[in-house]
Ligand binder design. Structure first.
Ligand SMILES: [Zn+2]
Length: 475
């Protein structure tokens, strides 16, 4: 029952939290998972915030099929090579071998851009600002629940534009939308940046990313936004008659976030007792644990608990009364701590006599007695306070685990030692990038979106620095 500590065994801690908090479990096909109701409720909260932000920024949802003729995938060379090892192919159906195999979408650029070739004729048809919520299949050899699964849920935006400048603005806009949701709703601080050529999405001209730091000091890529240039328009023949009367290829972006965010939420906030959920994504923000010995006490306490729950729900809080009578209060306390419920309210006969309840905060462990008349106000005030406290905590952790490297020894020692983000100048050379990866397993997580002079020599080769790179070992 006890969790491994984060320090002793972080992967074991993660696995046990996912299992004991009832978030998800492995299923039968390799790398697939069952997302259980508590885990799915967390995903729905993130998904709802993300969907609202995607619509607020001017996009509409639509839906494309999950099976794509294999020949379509083959048209964009870099794209097909990038995804080939992960693609699952349907070869038989209807009792016979298919004349043409179908792939299960590893991402939908190919089918969408093939379709856009029929939707786009003139500049008047642009921009197309579409998003879909879908499941994706990428064959996974080392699966981990939420972080890497063969099938996962995500959203993928696919936009088409008249000009490169417009498409680039869109790429940057959606990265900011991701930052807004991940920081504002999940309380996970992220760095926005640009990927190196080696880390780019297959077929993209530039890939932008948001990167978060987990409590084992590894980085998690939490969302990506790609500027695709005309690569897909050329491969799939998306041409339009421009304002100048000439034919042009459309400019493209795509951007995605997935159920991986749930894994990030667990690892960015969790502690040795389990999850710590920000109120905005907590399936229950408040749990009431009734405390009683006799049947008389039980009736009195449960009635009071039901009344409070009703009042607080009417005020917009998500409240659960834990009235399971086969479990002791101490067990329930630990159970809700494991599940990360932001506030626990303990109510027993002595509390009712004194016209008060006891509140316990999950984030700080702090316990306070609050008069019955004032509980709702306190709870309502606590929700934004806990949301902010978890964010501040994660920012402080990230800052404490960000190091500057002046030379190669610094870089190597920082990564091999405490880990975290290590910032240093880089010459832009793929050799230097590969050397760090070979020596330390760390990769360049991001560069500033706009290139800037680091004002220092490359920490790897000592040559002229052209970029400020941030390295980390990543999921
Ligand atoms: Zn170098």
């Amino acid at each position: 029952m006890a969790l491994p500590t984060q320090t002793d065994d972080f992967p074991g801690w993660y696995q046990e939290v996912v299992r004991q908090a009832d978030l998800a479990e492995n299923s039968l096909a390799r790398g697939t998972m069952v997302i259980k109701p508590y885990g799915f409720a967390i995903w729905e909260a993130i998904q709802g915030a993300m969907d609202a932000e995607i619509k607020r920024t001017g996009h509409q949802n639509l839906y494309f099929p999950m099976m794509i003729p294999a020949r379509l995938l083959e048209r964009e060379k870099e794209h097909v090579e990038g995804f080939a090892p992960e693609v699952a192919v349907v070869t038989h159906a209807g009792g016979e071998e298919l004349g043409e195999p179908l792939v299960l979408r590893p991402t939908s650029e190919t089918i969408i851009w093939d379709t856009y070739s029929r939707w786009v004729q003139s500049y008047r048809d642009l921009p197309l600002l579409y998003n879909q919520w879908a499941n994706i299949v990428r064959w996974e050899l080392r699966p981990r629940l939420f972080l890497r699964t063969t099938e996962f849920l995500w959203q993928e935006g696919h936009t088409a534009h008249e000009t490169a400048a417009e498409a680039w603005d869109e790429t940057v806009r959606m990265l900011e939308a991701y930052r807004e949701v991940v920081e504002g709703t999940m309380a996970v601080p992220v760095h926005k940046g640009r990927k190196t050529a080696a880390e780019r999405f297959p077929g993209a001209v530039e890939t932008l990313t948001i990167e978060a730091l987990m409590r084992d000091r590894k980085a998690l890529q939490s969302g990506t936004s790609h500027y695709l240039g005309q690569n897909f328009a050329k491969a799939y023949g998306v041409k339009f008659l421009g304002r100048d009367g000439e034919e042009h290829f459309a400019e493209a972006t795509s951007w995605g976030t997935s159920t991986r965010l749930v894994g990030g939420l667990i690892m960015a906030h969790g502690d040795d007792k389990g999850l710590r959920l920000p109120p905005k994504v907590a399936p229950f923000q408040v749990v009431i644990v009734p405390i009683f010995r006799s049947d008389d006490e039980k009736a009195r306490v449960l009635e009071a608990a039901a009344r409070m729950a009703e009042e607080w729900r009417a005020a917009g809080l998500r409240v659960k009364v834990d009235d399971r009578d086969d479990l002791r209060p101490g067990f329930k306390f630990a159970d809700h701590e494991l599940r990360g419920v932001p506030v626990r309210v303990e109510v027993g006969p002595r509390d009712l006599d004194a016209e008060q309840v006891t509140l316990a905060r999950r984030d700080t462990g702090e316990k306070t007695a609050v008069p019955l008349g004032g509980v709702l106000d306190v709870l309502t005030g606590l929700m934004p306070e806990i949301q902010q406290a978890l964010f501040d905590d994660a920012v402080a952790f990230r800052e404490a685990n960000t190091h500057r490297a002046g030379g190669y020894d610094d870089l190597r020692d920082a990564i091999a030692g405490e880990g975290g983000f290590v910032v240093g100048a880089w010459c832009g050379g793929a050799d230097c990038e590969a050397k760090v990866k070979a020596d330390t397993k760390a990769t360049i997580r991001f560069l500033p979106i706009e290139r800037e002079d680091p004002g220092a020599p490359c920490v790897v080769c000592g040559g002229a620095g052209t970029e400020t790179a941030t390295w980390a070992i990543a999921y």
